[in-house]
Design a protein around this ligand. Structure first.
Ligand code: GDP
Length: 300
């Protein structure tokens, strides 16, 4: 994954140096941990996550499991792998479907994060799996957002509920509520509600998202975050956690060239699992997120 290219190379180099050693001294461990720390910070991983991560790796690397290991260097790599899986959320977390359909999924995030694109990707993926999703255009902030969702819906081959002119225009809470009602009437089993974002965290936007959440009581609230957001990831994720209390994270633009530290920070900062990854502009560029696979890619 391009986003982690540099981090991967740095870690590979660190482990290569480690492998030339037989038994590991405390100084070897400290040197290795220092290099890992630098590589993570240079990848824009949040400081508190880096500290926590390297603290755990160091403690384990100085312990029995390494000193008694046949191949201590290999054991350290294994520890890094395990701890990386932990900061990425541990187990894979799947979508939770409502016992009584429709399952309501609300999307939240900054403008440009990739929400509308994700709505199409998710709908297509669900439809392929036998579901009958519908998209609801409750982003009334951006002039083109409703049209954009209609285009995405057409590409994905799923219907879109959009406000009729004069009926709820300008009132995203009403549109969201009506959209869910419409989905119930038409027996769609999943409703995906797109909401408005702003370029930065904004009290009015957050209140609107919170009001929509209250009105439709979603089963899942997915926070979409651009993996290239860099050090702003922590503040943005916390603001959305406080504002809408999301249930899962979607990382978008993992195909980018920038440093993917956001990806490595958000799950452990918020305690919410990363559920999906978006890896391009096309509707197929999307996959469920597996912490263990991501850790392997980074350490490959
Ligand atoms: P929204 O404002 O949150 O609804 O964001 P959009 O869905 O409109 O996406 C903003 C821009 O990012 C669009 O040009 C998308 O094509 C692009 N985009 C969305 N997801 C991805 C992704 O995973 N990778 C790349 N490279 N571009 C993406």
């Amino acid at each position: 994954m391009a986003t982690f290219g540099n981090l991967s190379d740095r870690l590979a180099e660190t482990f290569k140096n480690l492998r030339t050693k037989g038994k590991l001294s405390a100084a070897d461990v400290d040197g290795t941990v220092r290099e890992i720390r630098r590589a993570l910070l240079d990848a824009d991983v949040a400081l508190e996550v880096v500290k926590d991560f390297t603290g755990k790796v160091r403690e384990r690397a100085l312990g029995d499991e390494v000193s008694k290991a046949l191949n201590p260097a290999q054991q350290v790599v294994q520890i890094v792998n395990e701890e990386l899986i932990q900061i990425l959320g541990g187990q894979q977390r799947r979508l939770e479907f409502a016992k009584k359909p429709p399952t309501i999924i609300m999307l939240a995030g900054l403008q440009g994060a990739g929400k509308t694109t994700l709505a199409g990707k998710l709908a297509k993926w669900l439809a392929k799996d036998g579901h009958t999703p519908i998209l609801v255009a409750a982003d009334l902030q951006r002039p083109n957002a409703v049209t954009q969702l209609e285009v995405v819906g057409a590409q994905a081959g799923v219907p879109v509920y959009a406000p009729e002119p004069g009926n709820g225009v300008g009132n995203p809470v009403k549109v969201a509520r009506d959209g869910v009602k419409f989905a119930q009437q038409k027996l769609h089993d999943v409703v995906i509600v797109d909401t408005a974002g702003r370029l930065g965290v904004d009290a009015e936007m957050m209140k609107q998202a919170a009001d929509i959440r209250k009105a439709i009581d979603p089963d899942e609230v997915l926070f979409v975050i651009d993996a290239m957001i860099g050090q702003d990831a922590v503040a943005t994720a916390r603001a959305f956690q406080d504002g809408v209390d999301f249930t899962g994270v979607v990382l978008s633009k993992l195909d980018g060239d920038a440093r993917g530290g956001a990806a490595l920070s958000v799950a452990s900062i918020t305690g919410r699992p990363i559920m999906f990854a978006s890896t391009g502009e096309g509707l197929e560029d999307f996959e469920p997120f597996h912490p263990d696979r991501m850790a392997s890619r980074i350490l490959d």
